[in-house]
Design a protein around this ligand. Structure first.
Ligand code: C5P
Length: 216
């Protein structure tokens, strides 16, 4: 079987992580959630008392552990749950727009893909991190459905939110991610669009597994 990389990009809460995790498990590939890496740096930024990103990054060590998904260690502390909280979500697009932060993480992510066999999800994977990925997906869904899914997610995690507030937050974060200067969220020319609105997790996973089968 040929080893490939799969890039999955798209706006917030379109279903990327859920699907990427399933696709990786089915194909025995490594799943990498790059949003979690930006979130971990955002947590470090919130805990620091300055916004000197170069200095901040010089003290940051991020490790991803595959575990039926992915756990995130920030300087050896497990921050997997903490980085989903509202304060991190509210600041992550600002932190992700910093040139120093993007340079640091894109380097790290590119190293992870050198041996192939990676399903990586994010905003700039098909355009910047792995422009030569064998399969590129651009995943979208209506804002309504994305807010409803995120609300269910938050309920399970014990994070308080309302659907109306989530709709506004998601639209705002998409706007920031699509209009930032460095590698904004956009569809790579050769990415295939998958709309997950009204589709079950199983249906979308099947669809992408079929697409992957053509590349392997
Ligand atoms: O995927 P998730 O919603 O956890 O991503 C959090 C944020 O991290 C995004 O809104 C975006 O600002 C940033 N991000 C990015 N590039 C990536 C992945 C995430 O800028 N490859």
């Amino acid at each position: 079987m040929k080893k490939i990389n799969i890039a999955i990009d798209g706006p917030a809460a379109a279903g990327k992580s859920t699907i990427a995790k399933k696709v990786a498990a089915a194909l025995d590939m490594v799943y990498v959630d790059t949003g979690a890496m930006y979130r971990a740096i955002t947590l470090a930024y919130l805990e620091a008392d300055h916004d000197d990103f170069e200095a901040l990054l010089s003290h940051i060590d991020i490790r991803l552990i595959s575990d039926n998904g992915q756990r995130v260690l920030l300087n050896e502390e497990d921050v997997t749950e903490r980085i989903r909280e509202n304060d991190v979500t509210a600041h992550v697009s600002f932190v992700a727009s910093q040139a120093a932060v993007r340079g640091f993480l894109v380097d790290l992510q590119q190293q992870m893909t050198l041996d192939k066999g990676v399903v990586m999800d994010g905003r700039d994977i098909g355009t910047t991190v792995i422009p030569d990925a064998e399969l590129k997906i651009y995943m979208v869904a209506s804002v309504e459905e994305r807010a409803l899914r995120r609300q269910l997610d938050n309920d399970m995690r014990g994070i308080s939110s309302t659907v109306e507030q989530l709709k506004a937050d998601i639209a705002h974060r998409d706007h920031l991610d699509m209009t930032r200067e460095i590698s904004p969220l956009s569809k790579a020319d050769d990415a295939l669009v998958v709309d997950t609105t009204g589709q079950s997790i199983e249906q979308v996973t099947e669809k992408i597994l079929k697409m992957a089968a053509e590349k392997i």
